[in-house]
Design a protein around this ligand. Structure first.
Ligand code: NAD
Ligand code: GLY
Length: 369
């Protein structure tokens, strides 16, 4: 079991544990008791509830807490105001008080929407993240970005609201469908492309991921624990320096500008988030190559990682490039009319640019078919 700590550099010096390991469910009750005196509302979705219903009593074995489940439909398209309202209704019906607790038990969708509900319910109550996908364990559960989607774009209603603990049990990953494993690994690979910019302790995570690809895909416990904890270290290091994304945190959006636009243009129901991000990362590498910010050798190396993991790298023909470009225009990463873009600038290094020409981006999108 690996126990990391994230301590934010903000004035209130928030800190919380990130616990990573196998079969750690039984130890979770300690956290429930620390953050709730009476009640817990566990938010999950129909798929996960069906898979893990029998496991829940194990988590609460050592507590006398009153547990309510709020089971929402499964899917990105439900990360919206209607579902948020349903979660808040669950909390009101359960008479959840200020000293009680929300638990997000699921992937990034559950974590984001439950965190947002926790942020606004009674002006904010405690919540714990129990992420059950790779993507959520390495990214969305850490750092306090909580949000829902709107018809105008992804994650446009939200808050920065930190959980009290993140508990990542690798056992949950055994039931993940293959497609979801790959989607999470796309965010894992993202960390290898930004590693040097995240922190000075460089372990060459990209090489580790290349060398251990087969073991990672076979769910090797030891390698997976190392992989997930390295991602958490990198994310924690960035968020600690810049909780509210006024600077360095933007690098975590590497691959996301084109990625989010692809998700929106395909109405969130064609690609998974990670698939869209893998195409977005390919796009960012292409832009950098054209602007001569990286060498052809590094471009080829990055391409070899994307190929090794067999990531999606193409946009389907029936999706209009114009629609993707238009979706970028709505993206909140625009500042003063210029497009902001996180681009690779060297081995495992990225930089945020504020003035990337829209024509170049449009041309690169057209190359991604
Ligand atoms: P998800 O939450 O939709 O989960 C993917 C699928 O896996 C779902 O069908 C879910 O029911 C299923 N699932 C989850 N756990 C399972 C398990 N253990 N066994 C079997 N099936 C399981 O998707 P995701 O990839 O986890 O998260 C994507 C979301 O995360 C997006 O909404 C994205 O915007 C958000 N996100 C947020 C942040 C952040 O910082 N807050 C960062 C990255 C992504
Ligand atoms: N996943 C982007 C962030 O947490 O900032």
């Amino acid at each position: 079991m690996i126990n990391l700590n994230i301590e934010l550099n903000s004035k209130d010096r928030i800190n919380y544990p990130i616990i990573i390991g196998s079969s750690i469910l039984a130890e979770i009750s300690e956290f429930f008791l620390k953050f709730s005196s009476k009640k817990v509302v566990i938010v999950t979705n129909e798929t996960i509830f069906e898979l893990y219903e029998e496991k829940f009593p194990e988590m609460f074995a050592k507590t006398n807490l009153h547990i309510e489940y709020c089971v929402i439909p499964d899917g990105e398209m439900y990360k919206n105001q209607i579902t948020l309202d349903k979660i808040l209704t669950c909390a009101f019906e359960a008479k959840l008080g200020r000293d009680d607790l929300f638990v997000a038990f699921g992937g990034g969708v559950i974590g984001d929407i439950t965190g947002f509900a926790a942020a606004i319910y009674l002006r904010g109550i405690n919540f714990i993240q129990i992420p059950t996908t790779i993507l959520a364990q390495v990214d969305s559960s850490i750092g306090g970005k909580v949000a829902i989607n709107t018809p105008y774009g992804k994650n446009l209603l939200g808050a920065f609201y930190q959980p009290k603990a993140v508990i990542s049990d690798l056992d949950f990953l055994k039931t993940l469908p293959k497609r979801e494993v790959l989607t999470g690994l796309s965010e894992v690979i993202k960390y290898s492309f930004i590693e040097k910019t995240c922190e000075s302790n460089f372990v060459n995570f990209a090489n580790f991921l290349l060398e251990n690809c087969d073991l990672i895909l076979k769910n090797n416990e030891n390698i997976l624990e190392k992989t997930i904890s390295r991602c958490c270290e990198l994310k924690a290091s960035v968020v600690a320096k810049d909780e509210k994304e006024n600077g360095i945190r933007a690098i975590l959006n590497f691959g996301h500008t084109i990625g989010h636009a692809i998700e929106k243009a395909t109405e969130y129901n064609f690609f998974t988030h990670g698939e869209a991000i893998s195409i977005g990362m390919k796009g960012a590498f292409l832009i950098s190559l054209k602007l001569k910010k990286i060498s052809k050798d590094y471009f080829d190396f990055a391409q070899s990682i994307l190929d090794r993991y067999n990531f999606v790298q193409k946009i389907p023909e029936n999706v209009q490039a114009e629609n993707i470009f238009q979706a970028i225009s709505y993206d909140k990463k625009i500042k003063n009319g210029k497009l902001r873009f996180v681009l690779p600038v060297g081995y495992a290094q990225v930089k945020l640019f504020e003035d990337i020409e829209s024509e170049l981006i449009f041309n690169v999108i057209k190359e991604l078919y």
